[in-house]
Write a protein that binds this ligand. Structure first.
Ligand SMILES: *Cc1c(COP(=O)(O)O)cnc(C)c1O
Ligand SMILES: [Zn+2]
Length: 417
């Protein structure tokens, strides 16, 4: 029924059966899902995709299930917003926001990866799922897992945003706060995953989980009228999303659904945690792991699992990297909100700020088409911007108070009668 051939080592190319495994026994390279592209080419057409459901499952032929999906029927297929006012601010011609701040059900792109991971976990026979998370993955595993009736163990660093903790707890998983940073949480999770028979979405079933990110790229291409943009600016934590947007574009090309891909992918990271951007910008050949210190907590991975693959995609696609400070992140959030009416979280602030810098530096030409990847919702990271916003105006409940306190301060020539 599906088109999965098996898993394949990204380093040595050895093949494996599609089970809950993630590293090559021979070279310790990471495993990736491999498909029968000849069979796919005979079956998949633009029309077949376009007549599918309004969710990421419209691309199910290119997702790693053997049977029907069972989780995430409403996830994905988020708006690609033509952002003319922001384009004008940045002085460029053609700009779009791929807006996963409204992804169902937990308002981040992690709903895509978890829809695929938990559908696969059920197929593989797991009754318990788990994850190590910087916040949004915790929300998504917790919510999708409740809907799917799965037991859940969720591991997070102890200092996450309140809204991300609450937005996990409401679905009543086992939420475990670890006294350490994400990299500590991830190391502990690997030990637990080796001992207990659980579907750990970003460990032993990571090859399947990661495939969900391709749909972010598929949607960009389909929603642009079956073409890819000149540029995509993408936030990077582990580096998975960036590499999978590229894999998605290249699969569409391979299947003849779009012309040859000429898109440059750009890596956006926060100043307090930029190991991948640093490697790209300095030309170093190794990642130097960092201890994260940034308001963009969803991107705070100091030792990124897919960092080298992200670097390779950036190089291969002719892209570059950019870094945003905490203040630039806050400005990026407000710029997007005030130009386009979209409230993104700190990761989106990073992406907007880096896109602006790349345009200013001439790395993105003003007459080219750009997509900015907005991956999460601002209601989850309110603390980051609270102190930089103007205050609400407060009055007594009387017309007199309104007129004296508010209208008296409105400049003359305004449109109030
Ligand atoms: C997880 C996450 C990312 C980055 O994901 P990777 O695939 O790990 O690079 C980007 N934005 C948000 C909001 C996230 O939660
Ligand atoms: Zn190998």
């Amino acid at each position: 029924m599906g088109f999965v051939k098996g898993l394949k080592c990204r380093e040595c190319g050895r093949t494996y059966k599609a089970e809950a495994i993630y590293v090559c026994e021979f070279c310790f390279g990471s495993l990736e899902v491999d498909y029968d592209y000849d069979a796919l080419k005979k079956k998949v057409t633009r029309q077949r995709i376009a007549s599918g459901p309004s969710s990421l499952w419209r691309y199910r032929d290119l997702l790693p299930l053997d049977g029907e999906p069972t989780v995430g029927f409403y996830s994905g297929f988020t708006p690609l917003v033509k952002a003319d006012r922001l384009a004008n601010e940045l002085g460029i011609r053609e700009l779009y926001i791929k807006d996963d701040s409204v992804c169902h059900p937990t308002l981040s792109f992690k709903d895509r990866v978890v829809a695929v991971a938990l559908s696969k976990a059920k197929e593989l026979g797991f009754d318990t799922v788990a994850c190590a998370s910087t916040g949004n993955l915790a929300n998504a595993v917790s919510a999708h897992g409740a809907w799917a009736g799965l037991k859940r163990y969720i591991f997070i660093p102890y200092d996450l945003e309140q809204a991300k903790v609450l937005g996990t707890l409401v679905f009543a998983p086992n939420l475990i706060m670890v006294r350490g940073n994400y990299d500590d949480v991830n190391r502990l999770s690997s030990e637990i995953a080796a001992k207990y028979h659980w579907g750990f979405v970003n460990i032993n079933i990571r090859p399947y989980y990661a495939e969900g990110s391709k749909t972010f790229g598929f949607e960009i291409a389909e929603q642009l009228g079956w073409r890819t943009p000149d540029h995509v600016v993408c936030p990077v934590a582990s580096g998975s999303l960036l590499t999978k947007i590229w894999k998605g574009f290249k699969e569409f090309e391979k299947l003849g659904l779009i012309d040859s891909v000429k898109t440059s992918l750009h890596c956006a990271q926060p100043e307090g945690c930029s190991p991948v951007a640093d490697m790209i910008l300095s030309g170093a050949d190794a990642i130097r792991p960092v201890k994260p210190k940034t308001i963009a907590k969803s991107l705070a991975i100091g030792n990124p699992a897919d960092g080298y693959y992200a670097r390779d995609v950036v190089a291969q696609s002719g892209g570059t990297a950019g870094i945003a400070s905490d203040d630039e992140i806050r400005e990026g959030i407000q710029l997007l909100a005030q130009a386009e009416g979209i409230f993104t979280e700190t990761a989106g602030g990073v992406t907007v700020a880096v896109a602006k810098k790349l345009v200013e530096a001439g790395k993105i030409a003003k007459n080219q088409s750009i997509v900015i990847a907005i991956t999460g919702n601002g209601l989850k990271t309110q603390d980051a911007v609270q102190s930089s916003l103007q205050k609400a105006l407060e009055i007594e409940p009387s017309l007199k108070s309104f007129e004296s306190k508010i209208l008296a301060s409105v400049p003359s020539g305004s449109s109030i009668k």
